[in-house]
Write a protein of this length. Sequence first.
Length: 337
Amino acid sequence: MTDTAAPNITATTAADPIGPPPPFDPELAAALEATPLSAALTADMIGALRRNGGLMRPSDEDLTRGGEFEIAERVVPGPSGAPDISLLVCRPAGSASDTLGLLYHIHGGGMILGDNRTGMLEMLPLAAQSRCAVVSVEYRLAPEHPHPAPVEDAYAGLVWAAGHAAELGIDPSRVVVAGASAGGGLSAGVALLARDRGGPALAGQLLMCPMLDDRNDSVSARQMAGHGVWDRTANDTGWTALLGEQRGGADVSPYAAPARASDLSGLPPAFIDVGSAETFRDEDVEYASRIWRAGGSAELHVWPGGFHGFSGLAPGAAISQQAKAARLNWLRRLLKA
């Protein structure tokens, strides 16, 4: 299937009035004040962030959740001509004789941070409550490894996992690609690749505050500049690391920036959620709308007062609990778990 870039429907012009940022949910605002993360991440900060640990990396003990999961690392072939990749495999303990669904997890981190343990503390409760295993892929990071390295690594891991379903004890008809932020954008890109290459038949795509559009010029991107966790400056940093001088240009691949895809037909059912007070709000709403226009299935939630990644940074907040429940309910309905 040939794909050409879609127009940027969410872009603003100089004449468009833009109001102040939407207010943060009060519980989330308190958590945001306590976080050390900076909204305006610049390229010169990437090295220091990586040296200082970047994003939280759960330990083996964290991942087992008190014996609830068994974990293993697998090294599998990467894309043709590229290095092998590492997969973190987590199965519910005592499920060796069961055939499970699979959450194929692609981690966040703005394309520049993180590893295959990043975000797993949100994935594992979903897996436990929906009778799924989790396979989380380690992909090469930008700027050292620009597009297409991250999405091709993620796709190669998916192909391996689906092709070794019996070995992993999973049902290949119940595979959901899942990720937050950059991982959500890569998950959407992997879903497009699977469709266009005739690859694994995905049951669904769980896209949490996904990073979809390199053009970075929507109302919400402008409105939230300097606010929250990942603002327009940080977004420019991440996309420029991935795409270099191509960022914002006419020839960006839809597998790098799924908002560029002109054809969103034939995709697996999508769950898309995003905060009302974050950079990605408008591009995520538009992506869901375009899936509907193409005749597809999408469940969309815009959480009022939510900043980027709020459910991970403030897991105890009431709205975070609601967001996590909505994801689980969708997954259970999808997989009939």
